[in-house]
Design a protein around this ligand. Structure first.
Ligand code: GDD
Ligand code: MN
Length: 388
């Protein structure tokens, strides 16, 4: 399921999924209306799954008779059948006109008075997701059995540990976020836990949590059943695989190692150009210098340019504090000199000891020395793990 972008800022769309909520729905719509500050425009979107108890019809009738407020509108989406909470919420998001989205239950478990606090949190901390949380300081649950509390705790632990999400209550059904956050993302929308999927698929965005008290419903019954639990397991497994595939794409060790070695070799080749140019320039191009002195300048120029390019480009090190840079430069120069000796040794032993031709031996010598240099500089100059 894909989400399109919408542009109205500073106005909120509140998504309220319902299945058999005939006793609660009108009351919750009115309670929400009273909780919206006058300076905020809110659109409530009820997403009903053809509830057998007539919830959809009740909302339609209510819409016909209610007095329209200036800053509060209500609309309803009728879906054909009970297709799950997560997908109901996403369908609501797709139809939302505003960029700030609030998601909440219709059974008064999520107190509407928290809505302004969620919006305030989004704005004040410039965050992308604000979660009303049962598990931060000050948050709690009223009315759940020990068994359900335990189940919730365990599910939360599993999700946090296996998916690495950075929230104390990633299974909350009460949260706010910016709609454009979801633009272009693809959702499985299995089962109940859409927030968990959002957190996994937008990893790295700024998340804030505020405490609230979850009140178990007084009317109607929970739709959570055995299917919800198996759906939860399916969904966590899918998200786990998703996380792994992203990780593999991002930092496959071998790809990283090879691409860095490639950069190192490229820099080395450019160093050859710098060396050649400077050696010629100083031996007649700009000043008359003894050619060996000019060559020394060429060598130092190429070591310096190699160092800077490798530091910045190959190893992505942006810390140019004087002391650190000088130490690195010293090590780099030392390894370069050692590399030259290695190269001489390899060429000598291949030509003299093994009767290889000079051009081939030279090629092998240069590549060996450069590879050695790469390894040593990676590990000791720029302090990276060899393979990570
Ligand atoms: N449209 C639609 N389709 N709505 C649904 C469906 C569905 O298949 N299933 C449930 N809902 C609606 C309910 O009518 C209610 O408004 C809301 O979604 C939550 O359903 P409940 O059945 O009341 O859920 P709960 O109280 O057991 O679970 C609550 O706690 C969880 C945290 O443990 C919810 O807040 C969850 O969102 C939350 O993750
Ligand atoms: Mn409930």
């Amino acid at each position: 399921m894909k989400i399109m972008q919408s542009d109205l800022e500073n106005q909120i769309s509140i998504i309220i999924p319902t299945y058999n909520e005939s006793i609660n729905i009108v009351k919750i719509l009115e309670s929400i209306s009273q909780s919206i500050p006058k300076n905020i425009f809110a659109e409530a979107i009820v997403v009903d799954d053809n509830s057998p108890d007539g919830t959809g019809k009740i909302v339609e009738d209510y819409l016909k008779n209610m007095k329209q407020a200036a800053n509060y509108t209500i609309k309803i989406i009728h879906r054909k059948a009970k297709n799950g909470l997560a997908s109901a919420i996403l369908n609501g998001v797709q139809k939302a006109k505003c960029n700030t989205i609030v998601v909440m239950d219709s059974d008064f478990s999520h107190p509407p008075q928290i809505i302004p606090k969620l919006i305030e949190t989004l704005n004040k901390f410039h965050c992308d997701i604000a979660i009303a949380s049962r598990y931060v300081n000050g948050g709690t649950i009223n009315g759940w059995s020990i068994k359900r509390k335990l189940l919730s705790k365990i599910a939360t632990k599993i999700a946090k540990k296996s998916l690495g999400v950075d929230s104390k209550d990633p299974m909350s059904g009460f949260f706010a976020f910016k709609k454009n956050l979801l633009t272009g993302l693809n959702f499985d929308a299995i089962g109940y836990k859409i927030l968990l999927e959002i957190l996994v698929k937008t990893k790295g965005v700024k998340v804030e949590e505020i405490p609230y008290t979850f009140e178990d419903r007084k009317f109607g019954s929970s739709k959570l059943d055995l299917f919800t639990i198996t759906d939860f397991c399916k969904s966590v497994l899918k998200l786990y695989r998703y996380g792994k595939s992203i990780e593999n794409k991002e930092n496959s060790s071998s790809v990283k190692f090879i691409s860095k070695a490639g950069r190192f070799y490229t820099v080395g080749a450019s160093g050859f150009g710098v060396n050649y140019l400077f050696s010629l320039l100083f031996a007649g191009g700009i000043t008359e210098m003894w050619y060996l002195h000019a060559n020394i300048i060429g060598i130092f120029a190429s070591i310096t340019s190699n160092f800077i390019l490798n530091k910045y480009w190959t190893f992505g090190d942006r810390d140019f504090t004087t002391k650190k840079t000088l130490i690195q430069y010293g090590k780099f120069s030392l390894f370069s000199a050692a590399g030259a000796l290695v190269q001489l040794g390899v060429v000598f032993s291949l030509v003299d000891g093994n009767n290889w031709s000079y051009p081939v031996s030279l090629g092998v010598g240069v590549l060996t020395a450069a590879f050695g240099n790469f390894i040593f500089n990676k590990k000791w100059t720029f302090k990276e793990k060899l393979w990570n």
